[in-house]
Design a binder for this molecule. Sequence first.
Ligand code: GLN
Length: 236
Amino acid sequence: MSLTIGVLALQGGFHEHLSLIHKASALLSSKYSVTINPLEVRTLEDLNRCDALIIPGGESTTISFVAQQSGLFEPLVDFIKIQKKPTWGTCAGLILLSEEANATKKGGQALLGGISVRVHRNHFGRQIESFESPLQLPFLSSSDQSSTNFPGIFIRAPVVEEVLSSDVEVLARLPGRVEKVKPAGLSEAQTKDGAGDIIAVREGNVLGTSFHPELTEDARIHVWWVEEILRQKGLA
Ligand code: GLN
């Protein structure tokens, strides 16, 4: 059996996701007799080969624009909402997979949708206000190495400001007061009370996280997500 996992490679952090899919695949190879084929997705042909897809972080307006220009926008909506194939968006990817977004660019922006939430873009501010926060991710608790916190990297990150349907599962929230990384040149690290903000959600086949697991060496979320797909397919 083989599973082709695509990463939308129009803009943003797709290389990093591909590396972690490779890593997850190596970690899972002793447990399952499934070959995982990671694939950079740029064309409709690529998309049609995928069993599942990751939409990376980057700039949601750019990803959306390039998807429209390259004729991928409608096929992506079909992949997510009609074929209902497993799709995971990180940061800009979460924005694209939300049904509604606030603080969008002037004139609004085209969203793929799939998760019935409204996100607030750039919730914590600008690039310089990026931060890292240890996260407790209860959904990892069924996996082997769940005891340590997950390094949550937030870069111009969105949060879910409203859940619009009871079909949406809230998978994780920011634990407490967030200590932002001290930006170079500024005297003090800034803090912001992010306690309780929703940072991971799932609706059926679609998963969204505000932060960037692909910018860490930690493959636990990738492993968990691939195992969820294998379970749904009766392969795990
Ligand atoms: N704020 C960005 C957007 O709107 C997302 C940032 C990111 O993916 N790191 O697309």
